[in-house]
Design a binder for this molecule. Structure first.
Ligand code: NAD
Length: 290
């Protein structure tokens, strides 16, 4: 397949490299001039989009996606797929999909879970919105870049799945961290706390697979001085997208709103920027009730 790739950053670079390693021809474009081994360099986004079967974008946010879409959609062939893997707001994903439909281009919103490790290892999970025909065309690429692709329905549903998942993740991580901090103050050993909760009804991915307490449970960023992993800044981004979507859909999401407020405080006013999102535990440890 002829593939174009726009946004060769922390995630896009290794994803493009995996496509090259699997034998695809990939040309790339990044405003920062970033290059990836084996990926030929296009002079502009429009040039990158010309003549490709699938154009993949991996960009920071919805407004950048919209501006790139304006440049690339007119250059794309009819029947080609615009596969956006960025995490963006549902509204932008649906607006870009409408633009694609009007131009005869198939649009997919396919945000990922799995982070930089998953991008390098080709083990990402893709949550995909858009037409079946586009999904089927992109499936061989999902199989190279990831281990699972779930077709979630119409355009925007991939982004919807991603922010709902990450809202649960943010809320459960906070609940897990504040419970550990409470257990400390009650004199309960952290290992005992883990042994009980990880096999009781309080278990979750945050506790069982990504335990925020150093030296307890499987190895996680807590065991590496809370270096990300999944940065608190990215969790904040996703929680803001969830609240934006909830507000647009008139959904009542009080726990998600509180999680957003706590991560905002952590990232913007405390020492959370650049730390793993599980560093909420040392934050709670240092605090008292008032
Ligand atoms: P990044 O900042 O490392 O990469 C984004 C790239 O896009 C940069 O290289 C930048 O120069 C390029 N770019 C920006 N504007 C552009 C434009 N107009 N044209 C061409 N290139 C442009 O970010 P990342 O960590 O690779 O994340 C990319 C997306 O993946 C984000 O939406 C993020 O939320 C999502 N995501 C990231 C992770 C993670 O762990 N890093 C995990 C899941 C999802």
């Amino acid at each position: 397949m002829q593939i174009g790739f726009i946004g060769l950053g922390n995630m896009g670079g290794p994803m493009a490299a995996n496509l090259v390693a699997a034998g695809h021809t990939v040309k790339g474009f990044d405003v920062a001039g970033t290059s990836t081994a084996g990926v030929s360099v296009a002079a502009s986004a429009a040039e990158d989009a010309t003549g490709v079967d699938v154009l993949i974008t991996m960009l920071p946010n919805g407004s950048i996606l919209r501006s790139v879409a304006d440049q690339v959609i007119p250059a794309m062939s009819k029947g080609a797929v615009l596969l956006d893997c960025s995490t963006v707001d549902v509204e932008s994903a649906r607006a870009v999909a409408d633009q694609c439909t009007a131009a005869g281009v198939l649009a997919l919103d396919a945000p990922v879970s799995g982070g930089i490790g998953g991008a390098s290892g080709g083990t990402l999970t893709f949550m995909v919105g858009g037409e079946e025909a586009g999904f089927n065309k992109a499936l061989p690429l999902f199989e190279i870049m990831g281990q699972k692709a779930v077709h979630c329905g119409a355009s925007g549903n991939g982004q919807a799945a991603k922010i709902c998942n990450n809202m649960i993740l943010g809320v459960t991580m906070i609940a897990t961290c504040e419970s550990f901090a409470l257990a400390d103050k009650l004199g309960l050993d952290r290992q005992k706390m883990f042994d009980v909760v990880s096999t009781s009804s309080g278990y979750s991915w945050s506790m069982n697979a990504y335990c925020p307490a150093p030296g307890v449970g499987p190895t996680s960023p807590a065991d590496n001085d809370y270096k990300p992993g999944f940065a608190a800044d990215l969790m904040l981004k996703d929680l803001r997208l969830a609240q934006q979507a909830a507000s647009g859909a008139d959904a009542d999401t009080p726990m998600g709103a509180l999680a957003q407020a706590l991560y905002e405080q952590f990232v913007e006013n405390e020492d959370g920027a650049g730390r793993d999102f599980s560093a909420m535990l040392p934050r709670f440890e240092q605090r008292s009730r008032s």
